[in-house]
Design a protein around this ligand. Structure first.
Ligand code: HQG
Length: 182
């Protein structure tokens, strides 16, 4: 498969596994999992032709490790990024490092410093463990800017942090006093 094909399928999987499973008539369990045979069957009805091998290749080669296979290889889920209400993943709580990073665009800054970082349509605020990744995330929205989050201080004040399967950190919201422009 060409990287263009894989990219197209990755986008399709992101859409159905994070946002709109009902668009192809699948249901995710509360931890986000769906059986791969069911996914393949339903995708085919929408002219998206998947196979177990293709799915394995995408999970393995995906640049951001967006998808996770269950241990028995029978199920798949998106690691993070959900907006669908079908899913409420029981992420494992973790103690964060002193600093974490959030990449955003300059035009959001005023609003962010007024309201803090909020999850918006997704279930959590998405946070990177290094500045370089945060710049890439920010570029998706405009002129990128990186905010440093005093994550350990937040944690010590009772905020919870979670680490997704793919290394993305998650939290419910970040009040602006824990943010610094770097
Ligand atoms: C901003 C990608 C105004 C926030 C990435 C962000 C990530 C505010 C945007 C994952 C705000 C939401 C998530 C406030 C936050 N006022 N703007 N109070 N609080 N924002 O796409 O973090 O390629 O939902 O800064 O790599 O950009 O999809 O979140 O700019 O891991 O796999 O609101 O998505 O991964 O944008 O990215 P998004 P995100 P994938």
């Amino acid at each position: 498969h060409t990287s263009k094909d894989l990219d197209k399928i990755s986008r399709f999987l992101s859409y159905v596994l994070r946002h709109k499973p009902e668009s192809i008539g699948i249901t995710l369990d509360s931890n986000g999992w769906v059986r791969i045979d069911v996914l393949i069957r339903q995708a085919k009805k929408h002219r998206m032709y998947l196979s177990q091998d293709l799915i394995t290749e995408i999970v393995r080669t995906n640049d951001k490790k967006r998808f996770t296979l269950s241990e028995d290889n029978l199920k798949i889920r998106a690691a993070q990024g959900h907006s669908t209400n079908q899913v409420n993943i029981a992420y494992i709580e973790k103690i964060p490092p002193e600093h974490l990073y959030h990449g955003t665009a300059t035009h959001f800054l005023d609003s962010i410093f007024q309201q803090g970082l909020i999850a918006g349509k997704r279930h959590y605020v998405h946070i990177s463990c290094d500045e370089k990744t945060a710049v890439t995330v920010g570029k998706r929205h405009g002129k990128p800017i990186v905010l440093r989050i005093n994550a350990l201080a937040m944690y010590q004040q009772g905020f919870k942090f979670y680490l997704a399967d793919n290394g993305v950190w998650l939290t419910n919201n970040v009040p602006s006093q824990f943010l610094e422009v770097i």
